[in-house]
Design a protein around this ligand. Structure first.
Ligand code: HAM
Length: 460
């Protein structure tokens, strides 16, 4: 015989007796749960904030899919060697910021950026043999052991795109135009597009020599860090925030004056495509970016809008025509970018989206609960959000709970409603109520919810 449903008592919980005799010795005393905090620089994204993330992610997906990108998902943990070979041994990420762990004889690293893993997946899937041009996008958490501050976390989220097989320069320009459009949709209009070209290997070698000729006589005035960079990666000194380095590079030669003819043709084509699109940009010869793999086009979108502080680079990207080959694949050009979602949310004025309007089902007693269970299932299957509170309680407490979940409608099922096969419908916005035949509840609730204001407009 099935047990009577009792909404008040609920199932019985018997305490489990635990013997402490012969217990394992000497584990350190457990800390109280409240003492635990997320690791330094890592944050919980609670539901209100998660809805803002979902909003910008939906806008991102919609826009990039309109431009022909398909989603790819790759592991969070990758072989450490992958980042050494691609992100680069002289990059700050590889030098100082990787979360690396050893397991048996292997070394793994929590991905500090998405580009190397996506390129690896592209190669492992032999996608280049099937498609002349591939356009992929990804969204997910990245990890860098940086000093945390506003807009800079140790776990953060990127949304990025990568294109393989198109040497540009039109694709580079279209990517930037797409990004300006996306930011505009998210209410971020105060944006500066910074562009530069660092050419191919020949250009860079030529420029490296010109830069060394300029900086070597000034070596003693450089920061200690820049002095070290003189040997391994002098271009990165252009990026330094140290006032001593800034002074030394102020009148340094421009890389744009050293471009080889094919790099120059690419650069001219890139600017011509941006002009044709009417995209505003600022040529920034000092822009070098912190990853070793870039070739030719580099770009960053910077904003001072909203609550962005010093970390005002919303996104960065560029061409990396050597990586696929460096990872063991064919010589295939590539270009991409990644947006920091936390920074996007700091800049965007979009409010936290409301939850979709829903209804609350309030059974008053065991008979009402039996009907409520079926009704809740029916509503949900029809695509209507429904909360069922099976704990029982007075009408007053049920209405309080309906309010706390933000319900628009409350469906009351007391004994008299069950006997007459009806449901009492309370419209919590207009404070009106009526009795409705059980068979008509779905359409009545749908009509009330449809009159509620629309949500998530930006994500459409
Ligand atoms: P990135 O410049 O290192 O490039 O990062 C791109 C964006 O990720 C930054 O502009 C920023 O918004 C965000 N970001 C980076 N580090 C943090 C952090 N610690 N906390 C919060 N946000 C952060 C890349 O990652 C390249 N993979 C971009 C790319 C794709 N290039 C070609 N394809």
């Amino acid at each position: 015989m099935s047990a009577e449903l009792d909404p008040i008592a609920g199932p019985e919980h018997k305490p489990v007796a635990v013997s402490t005799k012969n217990a394992e010795p000497a584990l350190p005393p457990l800390r109280k749960l409240m003492e635990f905090r997320a690791s330094k620089g890592m944050y919980d994204i609670l539901p209100d904030e998660a809805r803002r993330f979902a909003l910008v992610e939906a806008a991102f997906r919609r826009v990039v899919e309109l431009h022909g990108y398909s989603e790819v998902r790759t592991p969070v943990l990758e072989p450490t060697e992958l980042f050494l070979r691609s992100t680069g041994e002289t990059s700050e990420i590889v030098e100082k910021q990787m979360f690396t762990l050893a397991r048996e004889t292997e070394s793994f690293t929590l991905r500090p950026e998405g580009t190397p893993g996506v390129a690896r997946a592209f190669l492992n899937g032999s996608v280049h043999a099937k498609e002349p041009v591939t356009r992929w996008y990804y969204i997910g958490p990245m990890f860098r052991a940086e000093r945390p501050q506003r807009g800079r976390q140790r776990q953060f989220h990127q949304a990025g795109c990568e294109v393989y097989g198109d040497a540009g320069p039109v694709v580079d320009a279209e990517m930037i135009d797409m990004l300006v459009g996306l930011l505009g949709e998210l209410g971020i209009s105060d944006v500066e597009v910074r562009v530069n070209s660092i050419g191919g290997p020949t250009t860079r070698q030529k420029y490296r020599e010109a830069l060394l000729a300029h900086l070597t006589p000034r070596k003693d005035s450089l920061s200690e860090h820049a002095q070290k960079r003189l040997d391994d990666n002098p271009l990165r000194i252009l990026d330094s925030k140290d006032p001593r380095d800034r002074a030394a590079v102020a009148d340094a030669p421009s890389i744009l004056d050293c471009l080889e003819p094919d790099d120059r043709a690419h650069w001219d084509g890139f600017l011509a495509a941006l002009d044709a699109l009417g995209t505003q940009y600022v040529v920034t010869p000092g822009l070098v970016r912190g990853l070793d793999y870039y070739t030719r086009t580099l770009f960053e979108l910077v904003s001072n809008q909203g609550e962005l502080g010093a970390q005002n680079t919303l996104l960065g990207g560029g061409r990396y025509d050597g990586m696929v080959h460096e990872l063991g694949g064919p010589k295939l050009p590539a270009v991409g970018f990644a947006i920091g979602l936390e920074r996007l949310l700091l800049a965007s004025p979009l409010p936290t989206p409301e939850r979709a309007p829903r209804c609350f089902i309030a059974p008053l007693g065991a008979a009402g609960l039996r009907v409520a269970l079926g009704l809740a299932r029916e509503l949900r299957r029809a695509g209507i959000g429904a909360d069922l509170d099976g704990r029982g309680g007075s009408m007053k407490s049920m209405l309080r709970r309906a309010d706390s979940v933000g319900a628009r409608v409350c469906l009351v099922l007391g004994d008299s409603e069950v006997e007459t096969d009806q449901v009492q419908i309370k419209d919590l916005a207009s404070h009106s109520q009526s009795l409705c035949p059980r068979a008509d509840v779905l359409s009545r609730v749908a009509a009330i919810l449809a009159s509620a204001p629309k949500v998530n407009e930006a994500a459409r």
